[in-house]
Ligand binder design. Structure first.
Ligand code: SAH
Ligand code: SF4
Length: 414
């Protein structure tokens, strides 16, 4: 999909195959698996049956070896092994924070690096997934924004993060699938999970890692469809949140075609400040963005939009800013909550975090207006795993290069 403007989507390009000349099945839909089986020589009927079986083994059971697929004839398994693989990203580095947050530096088949973060809480476990290597945008407070966009991640590389996390957390379902009821958290529109979320470690997914997911729409959509599939990873769409910096033209499609919760990185309530800290605002302004939020499918009913708001000292954290935020949410009739994120520092950042007292006062003003505005507790700061701290070391630009990258991205916004 093409959106006007130079900074808009960059094609994924060809990702070299992980298994040499074998095809990696991760990221393929059932139909696509059927398609590659036909190309390899199976007739259509056999391919359809095998695709269904293989899909189940890959996405529901998490296996990476065709030899353990017991409902596939023994003689056929080497045939599959010769032609296909079930890949995983390579783990380059795994770190654990003092607060239990875990961060993995991953490498794709072509050596490109990206990060994923797992945040355990008492009542949930959230995986923060990357959608791109780097980012075309340059929000001034974000470490990822100092990277060039290297490339979009493919659907298999996005869903591969969730699969690897399940490997690492040791939580693929064991034994037979019989007896698993539908997910009680699912609503009637869900595809119907085959086992419950109770007791799972990984319960939620946020598309809040590296990159702007709405600039990689098709691959993100493909990956999340697999994640939500009842006979796949079976996570309810209510447990998935996609965060955008405000790519207005793609928001309606995200609601209609993916249907997950939406988080919007608002961060400022005036044109002047938002233009500065989220330069995409020069292209899609606050009014347009809030209109798109009001029109987001499902918003206004049960599904609340989350506005993310990074707390930057003396930049966007005044009482007037808080009051203006409340006014905007009311004027646009939004059923929303605000997530206040204390700024997470990184080397070379030009901002400071607001004081805890200021954050509290800001939060109170919004709460008093009847809008929920919790302060997000920073997690994993000691291993640079907190919001906006992710950056793979693939490129280590100098200060001068950083300025040049920022200027280039700025110029591209027009
Ligand atoms: N690109 C998407 C999603 C990834 S960032 C987006 O911008 O929405 C996830 C969240 O962390 C966003 O709200 C982002 O603005 C915020 N963030 C970025 N840098 C941060 C920092 N240094 N401290 C706190 N939050 C930050
Ligand atoms: Fe990109 Fe999001 Fe960082 Fe902005 S905040 S630079 S959109 S990753």
């Amino acid at each position: 999909m093409q959106i006007p403007g130079h900074i808009d989507p960059v094609t994924t390009g060809t990702v070299p195959l992980r298994g040499g000349n074998r095809i990696d099945l991760v990221g393929l839909t059932r139909d696509a698996i059927g398609g590659v089986l036909v190309e390899a020589g199976l007739d259509a009927k056999a391919a359809k049956l095998r695709a269904k079986q293989i899909w189940h083994w890959i996405y529901h059971r998490g296996v990476t070896d065709f030899e353990v697929m017991t409902d596939i004839a023994k003689a056929m398994r080497p045939w599959l092994t010769d032609r296909f693989i079930i890949g995983r990203p390579t783990v380059r580095e795994a770190q654990v924070s003092s607060d239990g947050t875990r961060k993995w530096l991953l490498a794709a088949a072509d050596g490109q690096e990206y990060e994923m973060v797992f945040i355990p809480d008492a009542d949930r476990g959230t995986l923060c997934v990357s959608s791109q290597v780097g980012c075309t945008l340059n929000c001034r407070f974000c470490h990822t924004g100092t990277m060039r966009l290297v490339r979009n991640l493919a659907a298999g590389e996005i869903v591969g993060q969730v699969m690897l996390a399940r490997d690492e957390l040791g939580e693929w379902p064991k034994g037979t699938m019989a007896g698993f009821g539908p997910d009680p958290d699912d609503d009637e529109e869900d595809e119907g999970g085959h086992y419950t979320a109770d007791g799972r470690i990984l319960t939620n997914i946020v598309m809040m890692g590296m990159g702007e997911p709405l600039y990689n729409f098709d691959e993100v959509k493909g990956a999340l469809k697999i994640v939500m599939d009842g006979d796949g990873l079976a996570l309810s769409r209510r447990r998935i949140t996609l965060s955008t910096s405000g790519v207005v033209p793609m928001m309606a499609r995200a609601g209609e075609e993916i249907g997950v919760n939406l988080a919007v990185s608002l961060h400022a309530v005036t044109k002047e400040i938002r233009d500065e800290i989220v330069p995409l605002n020069r292209k899609y302004g606050i009014e347009e963005l809030l209109q798109a939020c009001a029109a987001y499918p499902g918003a206004g009913n049960s599904r609340r939009i989350t506005f993310e708001y990074v707390m930057l000292k003396d930049k966007n954290d005044s009482d007037d800013d808080a009051r203006e935020l409340v006014r905007l949410i009311r004027d646009y009739g939004l059923h929303a909550k605000v997530n206040l994120i204390p700024f997470n520092p990184w080397p070379g950042a030009a901002y400071e975090c607001s004081t805890p007292e200021r954050v509290k006062a800001f939060s109170n003003l919004i709460f008093k207006a009847g809008i929920s505005a919790p302060v997000r507790t920073p997690r994993g700061r000691d291993i640079m795993a907190a919001c906006g701290q992710l950056k793979s070391a693939a490129t280590k630009p100098t200060r001068a290069e950083l300025d040049r990258i920022a200027e280039e991205k700025q110029a591209a916004l027009g």
